[in-house]
Design a protein around this ligand. Sequence first.
Ligand SMILES: *[C@@H]1O[C@H](CO)[C@@H](O)[C@H](O)[C@H]1NC(C)=O
Ligand SMILES: *[C@@H]1O[C@H](CO)[C@@H](O)[C@H](O)[C@H]1NC(C)=O
Length: 475
Amino acid sequence: MKLLLLSVAALLMVVGASAAERILSRRTKRELASPLHVGGIRDPFGSYCERRGGCCPGRDDLCTVPYLDTICYCDLFCNRTIADCCPDFWGHCLGVEPPFIGNCERNGNKFFSGQTYKENCNLCTCGITGRWECEQNACLMEPDVIHAINRGNYGWNAANYSQLYGMTLDEGIRFRLGTQRPSRTIMNMNEMQMNMDPESDGLPLYFNSAEKWPGKIHEPLDQGNCAASWAFSTAAVASDRISIQSMGHMTPQLSPQNLISCDTRNQGGCDGGRIDGAWWFLRRRGVVTENCYPYQPPQQTPVEVGRCMMQSRSVGRGKRQATQRCPNTHNYQNDIYQSTPPYRLSSNEKEIMKEIMDNGPVQAIMEVHEDFFVYKNGIYKHTDVSFTKPPQYRKHGTHSIRITGWGEERNFDGTSKKYWIAANSWGKNWGENGYFRIARGDNECEIETFVIGVWGRITMEDMHSHHHQHRRRHI
Ligand SMILES: *[C@@H]1O[C@H](CO)[C@@H](O)[C@H](O)[C@H]1NC(C)=O
Ligand SMILES: *[C@@H]1O[C@H](CO)[C@@H](O)[C@H](O)[C@H]1NC(C)=O
């Protein structure tokens, strides 16, 4: 019965010229194919011929099963080359041991060629010669980097994060950052002129927005494996600024997903984007809250950005209203929040401080280096622990974050170390509750190069209407 079904299936596939060509091309390919088992059988205990429902006598080029990104065979012909048999062909079809040569050892156990294990971010395969062959990627969590930082006197400590363990450094830079360096035109944007006397400025030694404006500074979110810090840092700064400026009448946590899915013009979604584009969108289109349009971290790579599920229309005087309900069907508050045009601050430390103290957190871009991913606590400075390693261990990419305050720490010799307090978007179990401190005044990792402030667009009417938080608004 099984055989009969198989031949019907085969007949169905033979119908049509293109199917015949496919078989022909498979035949040649089959003979030329580089032997699957030389590169190493992955998944040697997987069920292939068994799951297929049986094996085929003689040569049958349609007797295949998907195997990783290719196919493997369950016909007797595969036994001639060994190369293209499914891993369970011998056991399942012939009832014999697979004819592999070479045994590898690990932790006192024997493995046959083709078996694999993962060592941090590298896959190791038992080669045909009986030796483990491992990939040579730089990992995001390198134990010796963590160790060197903690043993050294760098002023900060490192940790091994399980959510980042097993990723390569390249993947970290590709999926965990996501801000394009502003174009030269934007970089040359005029800086705000501040009327301040840097000497008699009355700036305290320590300042933390979360303490001056309790309940109005939003907790760090987690971008996951989505390179969209452009959306996260913009939404976070706008959220804080609107809350502060409205004196707590509204404290929206604005939706990064709204930006990722809807601000798509010249933006790359989870492949990175520009903060000037994000601010343009917040000004002209506006976004809803995180609760209304929740973040959906991508489950797989390459990342797909969801369709835009929120539009807005003008209701006069520059204000806009949503034309759709919240993607979160339990939330009826689809109010659109907008900003005014952002402004650029100078790179002067004191001016940045004054701005934060007067108006709230600012957005900054920064270059993230390999050692930043393992930051646990202390005052971050890029270290030299990877300087002697090959270049693939020393990489950096552009990120954007939110600076919320500053401080100073006294050293034993009486000098002091100045720092910024900044919020990242890697979740609350990274760093100091999702925050980090970084050296201030030296343009560490270019954090003082491009700093942005903004105003919310708030009217007296907003102050009034948003006061009634539980009012439901339907479209
Ligand atoms: C094919 O399988 C048989 C067992 O049925 C075995 O004796 C023979 O050596 C195999 N041929 C090759 C080339 O491995
Ligand atoms: C780091 O964490 C991973 C996963 O949580 C663990 O398997 C690994 O052994 C840890 N490495 C070190 C050096 O602590």
